[in-house]
Design a protein around this ligand. Structure first.
Ligand SMILES: [Zn+2]
Length: 280
């Protein structure tokens, strides 16, 4: 049993030695092939063809070399059994390797072109988005600028103007709104009164600053609270028939430093002409 072990070991040792020699030979061949391969790449101008970037060339070279190594490994197995075929095989491997490198070069070139196109597309897209955003910002700025500072409290026609009426001052204008129609704030301001007041019924008063106040009377319902800020066109009251009123309508007043003034000239000064009054 011991003897057999020895002889097995001896045989193993001889086998190992042959394998080591074979491996060394294969490595030498591989090294030579790699050198030739590199020379071929350089001579054929593939590196310059492939590269407009050094990184791309390096990657391509590595991939080609790895492919060549794999080709060599499979070839080496063949070589052990049929050494006579070496030249033929090697030529085939070299041709394949060269073709692989060429293909890789072509692929890399195509990849680079695709990358360039993608980058150009992304750039164009970014520029388009930026242009759109700029246009949107401009449109918004224009809309803000176009947004009126003042509007008419009602789109309905005027049924009674400012002035003396039956021996006393009618201190505002009446708009012939129907019951429940919304009435809007004429401008930016703050609600200073929102409730019942004798004669006015349900009344909203808005302070616009600079001594300017507007008042909206006879409402059926008040839609705002005292202290609330208003925007031009914001609904503050629903038309009603409350207080000293003979039918549903809006009584609208403008007060400058506490004094009631004719609302129509004042509205016109603000660039506002009530819709049903603009033929005048
Ligand atoms: Zn009135």
């Amino acid at each position: 049993m011991g003897k057999h072990d020895h002889s097995d070991k001896h045989l193993d040792h001889e086998g190992s030695s042959r394998r080591v020699q074979a491996i060394r030979r294969m490595r030498r061949i591989q090294r030579m092939r790699r050198e030739r391969h590199t020379r071929r790449l350089a001579t054929a101008g593939l590196i310059t063809a492939v590269t407009t970037g050094a990184v791309l060339a390096a990657v391509t070279g590595q991939v080609s070399e790895a492919k060549a190594d794999r080709a060599t490994e499979s070839f080496d197995l063949t070589q052990v059994s049929w050494p006579a075929d070496t030249v033929v095989e090697e030529t085939a491997v070299q041709r394949d390797t060269a073709q692989s490198a060429l293909d890789l070069g072509v692929d890399a070139e195509a990849d680079k072109q695709a990358l360039d196109e993608a980058q150009a597309e992304a750039q164009a897209e970014a520029e388009r988005v930026a242009a759109e955003e700029a246009a949107a910002a401009e449109a918004q700025a224009e809309a803000e600028a176009a947004k009126p500072d003042w509007v008419s409290p009602s789109d309905d026609h005027i049924s009674s103007t400012f002035g003396q009426r039956w021996g006393r001052l009618h201190a505002g204008v009446d708009f012939a709104n129907e019951l429940g129609e919304p009435i809007v704030a004429v401008g930016d301001g703050t609600v200073t009164y929102a409730g019942w007041m004798a004669g006015y019924g349900n009344l909203v008063v808005i302070d616009h600053g600079n001594g300017v106040e507007t008042a909206y009377g006879h409402g059926s319902e008040i839609l705002v609270d005292v202290g609330e800020d208003t925007d031009p066109g914001e609904e503050v009251l629903l038309t009603g028939n409350t207080g000293n009123s003979t039918g549903p309508h809006l009584h609208f007043e403008v007060r400058i430093d506490g004094e009631q003034v004719d609302p129509l000239p004042w509205l016109e000064e603000q660039g506002v002409v009530p819709a049903e009054n603009d033929e005048d």
